[in-house]
Design a protein around this ligand. Sequence first.
Ligand code: FES
Ligand code: FES
Length: 262
Amino acid sequence: MDSLHEETSKSELTDEERELFSKHMPEELPEIQSTGIKRRHFLKLLAITGGGFLTLQLVDAHNLLAQPLVDQVPVSPASLENAVKVSMRINGVRKSLDVDSRMTLLDSLRERLGLTGSKKGCDHGQCGTCTVLVNDRRVLSCLTLAATCEGKEVTTIEGLAKGDDLHPMQASFLKHDGFQCGYCTPGQICSAVALMNEAKAGEASYLTADVRTISKNLQLSDDEIRERMSGNICRCSAYPNILAAITEVHTGHDVSQNWRLQ
Ligand code: FES
Ligand code: FES
């Protein structure tokens, strides 16, 4: 939960958050509403609720899922051994960067642009945690050189939300508690968004029975979704809830939650 700061910016509470705080911490509610959620509020709520979904929701919905693009961290081109200039659109904003030609897209996003939503897990292309979209296709940003992204459209977890409106896949992950520690979640969500596009375009997977008859707008079975998400590892094993979240968005039908607050 590296995006939790000592004092978060003043934030508008959603109805659910207001209800949660008024239920568990009524005496702090006026302060929270006037100053925003602070670390001590968070820790107290964590202690009261025992952690889990709602505490993550409070922090992550604002920070992990919708963090804005910040000014790039200044680096002198002279300090780069093999500097190249690369220009790309990141979350809808054109950015020109001087990067070392060996720098990965993941490091460029995190270290140069402050977009820390994309996480570094294995750094070897094995866990999927760093998944982002390049020209609407999923890529492992730890295996993608920033220099190869010249002129391309890069979308990270921060770019999926439109202002305060979460992407339907983000909202579904929240509804279905599709994360526990949340570390793999940005990659899972980016991968799931790309998966939907791949199904619409009629792209085959290993489980496609007959590629000669494949059509557009594929209706994916649970096994197909599992197969297509198999590159995204979750050490917390939130897989059933991730599957429920993706199924709901993919089918457009309500999938009932398998959790509830006690
Ligand atoms: S960090 Fe890129 S695949 Fe693990
Ligand atoms: S939610 Fe912890 S690694 Fe997936």
